[in-house]
Design a protein around this ligand. Structure first.
Ligand SMILES: Nc1ncnc2c1ncn2[C@@H]1O[C@H](COP(=O)(O)OP(=O)(O)OP(=O)(O)O)[C@@H](O)[C@H]1O
Ligand SMILES: [Mg+2]
Length: 264
């Protein structure tokens, strides 16, 4: 194993190169995601945000460079090692992705039945605890199609945190939601992060949320990336960075409160 990671880095990308065929996505990406914090991943469509999450989970391997999750190296890991690393990662996929033909209860039961030896009543109480944590009750027997967009996103979030992950990856958790649902998902992510100390990575186009929610931001630009506190990036003198924040990537909700107010 290499030198131990910086004390607060939960995830590290070290000179990662990645592409698909002729298309280079990352030429030389080096970045860190701090432990126990919320990091927002920003960048235009096609800049590589989802690719970064898939690399982190070892779903795809880079062409060069190394990726670490805690003390584990994802790059070059065996299937058995990847399985163990992934068991510490919860993922809310772009688009939500619950299975349409299964009830909400069975959608959540699936990963528990597959990966744990929990007895049926323990499965049920784990599911109900997480559904309650995201503010959903009496949805056991409903199919995903019978829930609103915001409820569906919360059910998917409940599933992502079901196995008590150390890292939660959320790909566009706000997309397609009305402002009050956006706010509700934000509150939940802040609560999950605060109460459980989970490291959260959120992909978002939603600049207003970014500024409220995140401790740290990574902006993917063509051929390079920039890291820092969201407010610092917003004030950046780097024209390309400032341009990203100037463009209208966010909905109008300037009246929402700053991150601190989410905390008890
Ligand atoms: N499996 C794949 N095969 C070929 N090209 C791919 C594959 N996955 C991603 N790409 C390409 O890699 C680039 C980055 O894609 P990615 O999905 O990471 O972008 P993104 O930043 O998540 O975009 P969006 O905001 O639209 O979700 C795109 O050009 C995409 O076409
Ligand atoms: Mg994407």
């Amino acid at each position: 194993m290499e030198a131990s990671p910086a004390h607060d880095a939960h995830v590290r990308f070290d000179h990662v190169r990645m592409g698909f065929g002729e298309r280079a996505v990352f030429q030389d990406l080096t970045c860190e995601f701090p432990r126990g914090r919320i990091t927002i991943l920003l960048g235009g469509s096609g800049s590589g945000k989802s690719t970064l999450l898939r690399l982190l989970g070892g779903l795809i391997q880079p062409e060069a460079g190394r990726i670490y999750v805690g003390d584990d190296e994802v790059t070059g890991a065996s299937e058995a090692a990847l399985y163990r690393i992934r068991s510490k990662i919860g993922m809310l996929f772009q688009g939500g992705a619950l299975l349409d033909s299964l009830t909400i209860f069975d959608n959540l039961a699936l990963p528990l039945r597959e990966h744990t030896d929990l007895a049926p009543d323990a499965v049920a109480s784990a599911i109900h605890a997480q559904l309650e944590a995201v503010g959903l009750t009496n949805v056991d027997h409903l199919l995903p199609g019978q829930l609103s967009g915001g409820m569906l996103r919360r059910a998917a979030l409940a599933r992502a945190i079901l196995r008590e992950p150390e890292i939660l990856l959320c790909d566009e958790p706000f997309s397609g939601l009305d402002p009050s649902s956006v706010k509700r998902i934000e509150l939940l992510l802040a609560k999950i992060n605060h109460e459980r100390g989970i490291t959260v990575l959120v992909v978002s186009h939603h600049i207003a949320s970014t500024l409220r929610l995140a401790d740290h931001a990574l902006l993917l630009l063509p051929g390079r990336s920039v890291e820092g506190k969201p407010a610092e990036l917003q004030r950046s003198e780097d024209a390309e960075v400032a341009d990203f924040f100037d463009e209208d990537h966010s909905v109008d909700d300037a009246s929402l409160t700053p991150t601190e107010s989410f905390l008890p």
